[in-house]
Design a protein around this ligand. Structure first.
Ligand code: ZN
Length: 186
């Protein structure tokens, strides 16, 4: 369909919770195509609907490597139904150009969602790999949660944000990562 403008950190829709999709209609198909077109245009591994200003519970992910065929995955009304283990790794976001920081995530997640045909599926992403990280990152976008909310060190992250002329962390938005911390300390 079209490459859309990607909202940048500070814009309102990124902090707003998204609505459930009631019917996987033609409108939703168009939204998915816009997300894929925009994600590929920006060389991202994932893109959530709020990032193009549409607050519906839809995201796309493609973790294929450059020399592999494209492997677009579509998640509609996703729910993470199982999570375990924890890992720390550098993460970025297309809505935060060039800003990378260490972020805590679960190593393994199981996600339930609808596919592009409206059929339910369950997917497991394990071992702290890119797919697991991408699913958690994109799923968070649907609740107005951003990767910096899971940062390992708030002050280091603020330095990175300042370097890229982005607003600092709002301490009230930091996620409660006590469960994740427990997993990290195991
Ligand atoms: Zn993002």
């Amino acid at each position: 369909m079209a490459v859309k403008r990607v909202l940048q950190y500070g814009e309102k829709s990124l902090r707003e919770p998204s609505k459930e999709v009631h019917k996987v209609s033609r409108k939703i198909h168009e939204l998915v195509q816009d997300l894929l077109d925009t994600m590929y245009a920006k060389n991202g591994v994932g893109m959530a609907a709020p990032q193009i200003g549409v607050n519906y519970r839809v995201f796309v992910v493609d973790v294929s490597k450059n020399d592999e065929p494209l492997n677009p995955l579509v998640f509609i009304n996703p729910k993470i139904i199982k999570k375990s283990g924890a890992v720390i790794a550098q993460e970025g976001c297309i809505s935060f150009p060039q800003a990378y920081t260490d972020v805590k995530r679960y190593a393994n997640v199981t996600v339930k969602a609808l596919d592009i045909n409206g059929r339910a599926f369950v997917m497991e992403a394990k071992d702290g790999e890119l797919l697991s990280r991408a699913i958690q990152h994109e799923n968070d976008h649907l609740d107005g949660i951003l990767f910096i909310d899971h940062c390992v060190n708030r002050f280091e992250t603020d330095e990175v944000l300042a370097k890229h002329n982005l607003p600092p962390i709002n301490p009230e938005m930091l996620a409660d990562d006590s469960e994740l911390d427990k997993e990290l300390n195991k």
